[in-house]
Design a protein around this ligand. Structure first.
Ligand SMILES: Cc1cc2nc3c(=O)[nH]c(=O)nc-3n(C[C@H](O)[C@H](O)[C@H](O)COP(=O)(O)OP(=O)(O)OC[C@H]3O[C@@H](n4cnc5c(N)ncnc54)[C@H](O)[C@@H]3O)c2cc1C
Length: 381
């Protein structure tokens, strides 16, 4: 666990090489132009990176979340936006692998694992983010179909994705009234009217998924009616490991860049790393990156071992994303004026890091998850 095995190191090297070759040359332009390149995503698929934990029978590599975390760190160190693309397109795979029917798995997972299809996960609405169980989108059974109405907000891959797992209300209020559905992007009544302009993560498209009498076949329900919230929460447990891994990649990229810069940049006749104020900042960055990675790997390992991991995934997400924010901010400081201009990548790292503290449950929500675990562990029985 403290050092990658030979196979894991080969995977890390391959992921780094693929990310640098496929994403590296245009990462800055893609950020500037808010451009997501499907061809680049497909090429990541050809490199085997779109289905790391997905079973080989469905076209994945059949590896664990530990390997998945290692790959995401490498991809995100080059482009956090494509790290997010791999993680988000992985959510329908993990959901269908666990809760889908054989027909649903066969129809969707191989394409997603190959990177030919791009997936998404639509839980949030403008009125229900942290309080996801209060969502208002409805699904009504009409003959052989489900008819969905509502609007999903801030959805990654809206407008570019092929298929979304959508949570909608089929019963009464609260978590138990929610069900999960497979919604193809080209289903009648589905549209993507709005793409958001963002501070960071600009190469990762985010927008609205509008459902106006959207019709999908009856067999597009995932799991049982009323099981949708449980499905969403279990997907988010897994997803938090991936968000943590991406954040470690971002933080590492910023820290490495700043360290190299501080060794080269001279002021007052010496490299700035020799000023204690700068050297200590870099030392703190190094400690935080190493510690965050260990926590992410521990959460991944627990999941791979089939042990309870919800609270550790929340700790990993929270720690790694706070680390990414702090380390990228300090990297800007180490570069001084150059940290603030677009010619250098660290301002992008900092803009990209911010959203990681918000998605897949804000870091306040992660603390709620951890506190609930503490109460269950230490409270009266
Ligand atoms: C770039 C981007 C991509 C996204 N992608 C997706 C996606 O693909 N699919 C999807 O479903 N959603 C997605 N989201 C939505 C994201 O998950 C929500 O924004 C997030 O869950 C927070 O919800 P909210 O924005 O409504 O904030 P709110 O819930 O309104 O929270 C506002 C503030 O209040 C705090 N707060 C709320 N409740 C509590 C509480 N009980 N205790 C303490 N503090 C609290 C929050 O931590 C936050 O600081 C994305 C968002 C962004 C910005």
């Amino acid at each position: 666990m403290f050092a990658p095995s030979e196979d894991q190191q080969a995977l890390i090297d391959a992921a780094r090489a693929a990310a640098e070759a496929i994403l590296g040359p245009t990462v800055r332009e893609d950020d500037e132009a808010e451009r997501f390149r499907r061809d680049a995503f497909r090429r990541l698929g050809e490199a085997g990176l779109c289905g790391i934990p997905t079973a080989e029978a469905w076209g994945g590599l059949g590896l664990g979340y530990l390997e998945y975390a290692m790959v995401l760190e490498e991809v995100a160190a080059v482009s956090a936006a494509y790290g997010v693309a791999l993680a988000v397109s992985g959510l329908p795979q993990v959901i269908l692998a666990r809760y889908g029917t054989d027909a649903q798995r066969e129809r969707w997972i191989p394409g997603l694992a190959a990177g030919e299809l791009l997936g998404g996960f639509a839980l949030s609405e403008s009125g229900s983010g942290s309080d996801a169980a209060s969502l208002k989108t409805t699904a009504r059974r009409v003959g052989d179909e489900w008819v969905l109405n509502g609007s999903k907000f801030w959805i990654t891959h809206a407008g570019v994705g092929d298929v979304f797992i959508v949570m909608a209300r089929t019963g009464g209020p609260g978590a138990r009234g929610i069900s999960a559905f497979i919604v193809p992007a080209d289903a009648p009544g589905v549209s993507f009217p709005k793409r958001e302009e963002k501070m960071g993560m600009r190469a990762s498209p985010t927008g609205e998924v509008l459902l106006e009498d959207a019709r999908i076949p009856a067999d597009h329900l995932v799991g049982k009616e009323g099981e949708g919230f449980r499905i969403a929460m279990s997907a988010l447990d897994s997803g938090r490991i991936t968000i943590g891994a991406i954040s470690v990649g971002l933080a590492r990229a910023a820290w490495e860049y700043a360290s190299r810069y501080a060794c080269e940049r001279e002021q007052f006749g010496r490299p700035i790393i020799r000023f204690q104020g700068v050297g200590f900042m870099l030392a703190d960055m190094a400690m935080r990156v190493e510690a965050a990675r260990l926590l992410v790997h521990k959460a991944a390992w627990l999941r791979d071992e089939g042990r309870p991991y919800t609270h550790v995934a929340a700790m990993a997400k929270c720690t790694a994303t706070d680390t990414a924010m702090a380390v990228t901010t300090d990297a800007v400081q180490v570069l001084g004026g150059n940290g603030y201009i677009r010619e250098y990548p660290v301002e992008r790292y900092m803009r990209d890091a911010k959203v990681m503290q918000i998605v897949e449950g804000t870091n306040q929500v992660q603390r709620l998850v951890i506190a609930r675990h503490l109460e269950r562990t230490f409270g009266p029985r």
